[in-house]
Design a binder for this molecule. Sequence first.
Ligand SMILES: [Fe+2]
Length: 290
Amino acid sequence: MDYQHIEVIPLTPSTGAEIRGVDLSNAIPDEVLEEIKQALWEHLFIYFRDQDLDPDTFGNVGQRFGPLHDEPFIPKLEGHAGIHQFRGVNAAQLSVQNLRWHVDHSYAKEPTMGAALYAVDVPASGGDTLFANMYMAYDALSPAMKQVVEPLTAVHDILSYGLASGHHSLSTTEQIDMLKTMRNKFPQVEHPLVCHHPETGRPYLFVNPCWVVGIAGMTAEESAGLLGFLNDHTTKPEFQCRFHWENGTFGMWDNRCVLHSPIGDHIGRRAMLRLAIGASEGPIAHRAAA
Ligand SMILES: [Fe+2]
């Protein structure tokens, strides 16, 4: 892609690119926005260093990509619709705050199309995020395995991570009520295992170890075997980048075709603003679009 209005510097050959030449605190001209979107589709995770944003200007940038989506399980920032905040964790929270590899809201019928973070006050080391390219993961499968996975749908379940991670338990009435609330809000959902990206037209693998509990129509043993392979395959280092946040960094990812994994290795303050961008439709099956 030949960019006229922005500079795009890839972080790794697979995933991530720094965008230079844009001050996000000002209104973004349409032609610049168009190139930023192209860079996002091409590199899946893009970031801008040394930006000076407040919650309002952060939200304004997000809205140029689509309507902001209210995050159900992240603390809201009072007075700013659609803006949430991370504050960091104490030592007791460290072992359960790491979501590991996931797609945001894949347990929802219409998972969000993207998300953005703005680093307000982050540690000099630690608190990095991993991203992995699911186009490349699909492309790297053998023709025989592509034929196996393309017709399949995966079952996504919000309860999976909550129970397995220790975030929730069945030991108190309050915890059971919380799990019931989550289940009522998000019933189990099936999504195609190989999806079609509406912007690029490319197929990508849509599977993650956080929320996917099985393959529709398979036994538990069969599902475990196939998902074990796919979860190992999708998180190979050659599909990844590891990103270090600095104060003033704005980062955004395409939540459809990239997995991400926050690395929970930092105790203490890690102040970040967070927003997610809603999608107008759920994941599209590659086989239906082909
Ligand atoms: Fe996430």
